[in-house]
Design a protein around this ligand. Structure first.
Ligand code: 3PY
Ligand code: MG
Length: 253
């Protein structure tokens, strides 16, 4: 089966550079996958992906070395199964607050005996004829730690077999802690708690970072799944710089 090189990296303690796509565009997925990110998240929770566009994006990412992940809209076995059968090599599951919820997410992503994922998905053979035998090792389950309840339970969540990554959602976490948008010390302490819990349990930690510099700081803090920016923010930054240069130049003419 196609190797999940993001999981391989994290299992050997190496950080992974992850991109994020919201616009629901397979064309952008193809372009961004060609840039060399270790992994890409197709965000079907807050992004604008139809099922068909998500499937097309997974089709154009497959021939590249970039590993595709899908953030599902909620912790729902059917949604997890659909994303994996379309070809995602991992799911990011939002708002996982308890070990029971983490176990539900893991079970949906694993074939028996580790879970209850149903066998199917005709394009999965493109990932290798041993897909069903290997998938439980190659499919990443990242549970999102993004509420005060999840922080209280983070050690129990990290102890759930099959949780491959504790992925921090800093914005929902700030809302939950009452410090949105200005984050405070409680927010920093909560993030430190997740890092400590991950380290103790041997479970990699990641975060939706605010940009490349934030990623680098989080990597120094010990995080391994480093997601930053997205198609909308990259487009905004590029277009803003372009327009500013153009306007400045035109004003001088
Ligand atoms: C959060 O910050 O809450 C996220 O889910 C990142 O997208
Ligand atoms: Mg969130």
């Amino acid at each position: 089966m196609k190797e999940n090189t993001v999981l391989t990296k994290m299992r050997s303690g190496e950080p992974a550079a992850i991109g994020w796509l919201t616009a629901g565009s397979p064309l952008l997925a193809e372009i961004v996958a060609g840039l060399g990110f270790d992994g890409i998240i197709l965000d079907t929770q807050h992004g604008y992906w139809s099922y068909e566009a998500m499937l097309n994006a997974l089709q154009v990412i497959l021939p590249t070395p970039t590993i595709p992940f899908v953030r599902v809209a909620r912790n729902e076995p059917d949604l997890i199964g659909l994303a994996l059968d379309a070809g995602a090599l991992g799911v990011i599951v939002p708002l996982v607050n308890t070990p029971e919820q983490a176990a539900r997410a893991v079970a949906a992503a694993r074939y028996a005996p580790a879970g209850s994922r149903s066998v199917g998905g005709v394009r999965l053979r493109l990932y290798g004829s041993d897909y069903v035998q290997e998938a439980n090792r190659q499919i990443m389950v990242a549970t999102m730690t993004e509420t005060s309840e999840a922080i209280e339970n983070v050690r129990a969540i990290a102890a759930v077999p099959g949780v491959d990554c504790l992925f921090i959602g800093p914005s929902d976490l700030a809302l939950s802690l009452g410090c949105y948008p200005e984050r405070n010390q409680a927010h920093s302490r909560a993030i430190a708690e997740v890092i400590a819990a991950g380290r103790e349990a041997g479970v990699p930690v990641g975060m939706a970072c605010s940009g490349a510099e934030d990623c680098l700081q989080r990597a120094r803090d010990g995080m391994l799944f480093l997601a930053a920016g997205n198609d909308a923010s990259w487009c905004t930054a590029g277009a803003t710089t372009h327009l500013k240069t153009l306007r400045t130049g035109l004003a001088r003419e």
